[in-house]
Write a protein that binds this ligand. Structure first.
Ligand code: CMP
Length: 143
């Protein structure tokens, strides 16, 4: 079954949006298979954002994601990678549609509340980077 990686960034956690975000994904019909609240290390942040290493905003990106607690999650279900991106909305909250998480709660591209994997391969890479196998549950064998 398809899985994606979702992280609620320090601004989303500090603004009390964790419950709202989880509810939106749950009520759409997706299943939470991994969840942890964590302080992100410099190494994990640099690895996660490696594709942006040469961008001028990279240092700020790493600084921000390591600045406070992050809720890291893995969600599972049919078409979850693309569907979660739609629920999240465009990277720049000013361009995100109302009804999406960023469109409803954000105005700043660097403080855009949430991250979601942008494709199947990225999802696999990010899940492996953030979670060990033993941290992920299997609903079908435990339900
Ligand atoms: P995210 O989905 O976490 O993936 C990369 C992040 O880089 C993105 O969300 C934004 O928060 C950030 N980002 C992208 N473009 C810019 C930019 N021009 N200035 C600052 N941050 C950016």
């Amino acid at each position: 079954m398809e899985r994606t990686f979702i992280a609620i960034k320090p601004d989303g956690v500090q603004r009390g949006l964790v419950g709202t975000i989880i509810q939106r994904l749950e009520s759409r019909g997706y299943q939470l298979v991994g969840l942890k609240l964590m302080q992100v290390s410099q190494e994990l942040a640099e690895n996660h954002y490696a594709e942006h290493k040469e961008r001028p905003f990279f240092p700020g990106l790493v600084q921000f994601i390591t600045s406070g607690p992050v809720v890291a999650m893995v969600w599972e279900g049919k078409g979850v990678v693309a569907a979660a991106r739609k629920l999240i909305g465009k990277t720049n909250p000013l361009e995100a549609e109302p009804g999406t998480i960023r469109g409803d709660f954000g105005i700043d591209i660097g403080r855009n509340i949430i991250h979601g994997s942008d494709g199947l391969e990225t999802a696999q890479r990010e899940i492996a980077l953030w979670f060990g196998d033993s941290e992920l549950v299997n609903w079908t064998s435990s339900a």
